[in-house]
Design a protein around this ligand. Structure first.
Ligand code: HEC
Length: 585
């Protein structure tokens, strides 16, 4: 009897110890912070809204979280540091710090390496030594790398380390598809493309050296338009990236691509990048429906021609178009079921230019991996960020996933670019009973996945309820960028309440006839993008679109007639600016 007690008492203590440990691991929020997750997973909101909203994030070995935020007025600190003092999973100390010189809003990278916090603006990679135990470091900010080329498109600077002293940084292409006139209908591609020399590539640098320039680096991989999601997989010892594909297949090449093809294509390419890899931009793009690289229309393609596509790096997976992959993470933690071990999580920020089809891809997806290759089809892991089912306009989405990081206990952290929310995703089920094919609760996979293959229901759905006839031209030619609700998004300015829309008619007509480049101010916000000239539209079509935008989206200005357009066109022709309707043949 006494013997038994000698066994039972320690057993009780051990059991109590484990129960206590389990309680140290917080429960998810009752609604999982609005996310849909595979069965057994729970999510909690670590912080609801960070100033400036979130870009990428990193979690230190003590659980402290560092988030790169965007600049907002009257608030200088651009890194948010979060600490959970009482272990309930919620951040209860939030500090904003750092005032580095070039704090441009788009900078995005955030990684911890060798005791340093590495982060970036669009032109510069910085680092700051973390101080043991201190949430906010008090060390000097050092400049690791400066990109001296003028800022352009696709300039985000994500940061990757291989653990062997190297750092990988992409230099994005300052163009959509290297056209003579960027994003202008029917404009041919430059051949050879000059951006291939110093941009559209990933460079390798010394991870431990400061004050480096592009010329100090080694061009590791090229033919890449824009890579924001990038990671080193230590299991296979390789660099991987998910590249953003080009835009505007239909607006620029309406003869070869339908609106639906333009919303679905080209792929966002998941690439295994070797020393010397060339992914084919701007000459080739990947079509996930045909399963091959195809020649871009700027270089003679027509949606079918393969050209020499086989010579270039083939993607491991072609994700649907415009999903906007913005972070990649190989899961090495021990908390999740075996299915996830060494696999790749990808944060898709979601499309901005899929109209007249719904915007898509606002989710964190997962790709199982074995021996450095995908070992099964990709799956939606976390969904529900947008807070709605059919996302018509980018601005309708409540949250948009941006960055990924793993905490010391194997929890997965996800940041949001809209409100600055951070989620912590944990597995609380029985690991041995986990079934990755159980889709219970996975709203996205059930309701959206089939639509990715069948175009018409989406179109009919969106148009059901009847878009008024006068909206037709707007929907067809403008909504892809300015959105169906006229509110625009990060890249495209709003038409609602815009000074340009409600001001002088001739200047407005000229925007459509000539396009618009360089920085413009709309409602106090600066945009620096490129609106293609749409002079191939008839006078009637332009009048219809402009009347529509002047009398909708809460605008109440006068109509524009086809006479007004025809006069403006003539006046420009006299100034010898070619605005004739281009023959589409
Ligand atoms: C391919 C994307 C794209 C398409 C298609 C497009 N725009 Fe734009 N538009 C832009 C961008 C980008 C700007 C800002 C340009 C800049 O930053 O210099 C802009 C600016 C404008 C502006 C001035 C700024 C503002 O917000 O009021 C107006 C007006 C406008 N567009 C109207 C239209 C109309 C009307 C159509 C359809 C006939 C159209 N756009 C089609 C991308 C587009």
């Amino acid at each position: 009897m006494t013997r038994n007690w000698k066994l039972i008492i320690p057993t009780i203590f051990i059991a109590l110890f484990f129960i206590q440990c389990k309680e140290k691991f917080p429960h998810g929020d009752p609604d999982n912070g609005g996310l849909f997750l595979p069965k057994g997973f729970e999510a909690e909101v670590v912080v609801d809204s960070l100033k400036g909203a979130a870009r990428h994030l990193a979690v230190n070995s003590n659980g402290d979280i560092y988030v790169k935020t965007r600049i907002v007025k009257g608030h200088q600190g651009v890194i948010a540091a979060l600490r959970d003092k009482d272990n309930d999973g919620k951040a209860d100390r939030i500090e904003y710090f750092d005032d580095y010189p070039d704090n441009s809003s788009y900078g995005t990278g955030m990684r911890i390496y060798n005791g340093y916090l590495y982060f970036s603006s669009i032109t510069t990679v910085y680092r700051q030594k973390l101080t043991d135990g201190d949430l906010v470091p008090d060390s000097k900010v050092e400049t690791v790398l400066t990109d001296t080329q003028p800022p352009g498109q696709h300039d985000a600077k994500p940061i990757v380390f291989d653990g062997k002293g190297n750092m990988f940084i992409p230099f994005g292409a300052s163009s959509d598809c290297c056209q003579v006139n960027d994003r202008v209908p029917f404009s041919p591609g430059q051949n050879p493309c000059p951006y291939l020399e110093l941009r559209a590539s990933i460079y390798r640098f010394d991870a431990n050296k400061i004050n480096q320039f592009q010329r100090d680096g080694y061009k590791y991989a090229t033919g890449l338009r824009s890579v924001v999601a990038m990671a080193w997989d230590s299991a296979s010892d390789h660099l991987y990236g998910v590249a953003h594909g080009r835009d505007y297949l239909h607006p620029d090449w309406p003869l070869y691509y339908s609106e639906w093809e333009s919303a679905m294509l080209p792929s966002e390419e998941f690439l295994k990048l070797e020393d010397g890899s060339n992914a084919g931009w701007p000459y080739y793009y990947y079509d996930q429906m045909q399963g091959k690289l195809l020649l871009n229309p700027e270089y003679g393609g027509d949606g079918k021609k393969e050209g020499e596509g086989k010579k270039y790096q083939q993607p491991l997976i072609g994700f649907p178009g415009h999903f906007a992959p913005n972070d990649l993470l190989f899961y090495r933690g021990n908390q999740f079921p075996a299915h996830y071990k060494n696999g790749a999580f990808i944060a898709f920020h979601g499309s901005t230019s899929s109209a007249p089809y719904p915007q898509a891809g606002y989710a964190v997806c997962f790709v199982p991996f074995k021996n450095g290759e995908p070992s099964g089809p990709w799956e939606v892991f976390a969904d529900g960020f947008a807070g709605m089912d059919t996302i018509v306009n980018t601005s309708d989405a409540k949250y948009r996933p941006m960055g990924l990081a793993v905490g010391p206990d194997g929890s997965l952290y996800v940041s949001d670019s809209e409100k600055g929310r951070i989620w912590r995703i944990m597995y609380r089920g029985d690991k041995n009973k986990f079934d990755s094919t159980n889709l219970e609760g996975m709203a996205y996979r059930k309701s959206h996945a089939p639509n990715l293959k069948t175009p018409d229901p989406i179109k009919d759905n969106l148009r059901k309820g009847g878009v008024p006839q006068v909206a037709a031209t707007y929907t067809k030619y403008c909504a892809i960028c300015h959105q169906a609700n006229g509110l625009g998004n990060d890249r495209f300015p709003p038409l609602s309440g815009s000074e340009w829309v409600n001001g002088n008619k001739d200047s407005l007509i000229n925007i459509v006839l000539l396009g618009l480049k360089g920085t413009v101010q709309v409602k106090g916000k600066t945009y620096d993008n490129n609106m293609p000239r749409l002079n191939m539209l008839t006078d009637e079509e332009i009048a219809e679109a402009l009347t529509y935008i002047r009398q909708n989206f809460q605008n109440t200005s006068s109509t524009v007639s086809s006479d007004d357009v025809s006069k403006a066109r003539l006046a420009l022709d006299k100034r010898e600016v070619k605005t004739k309707v281009i023959s589409k043949k």
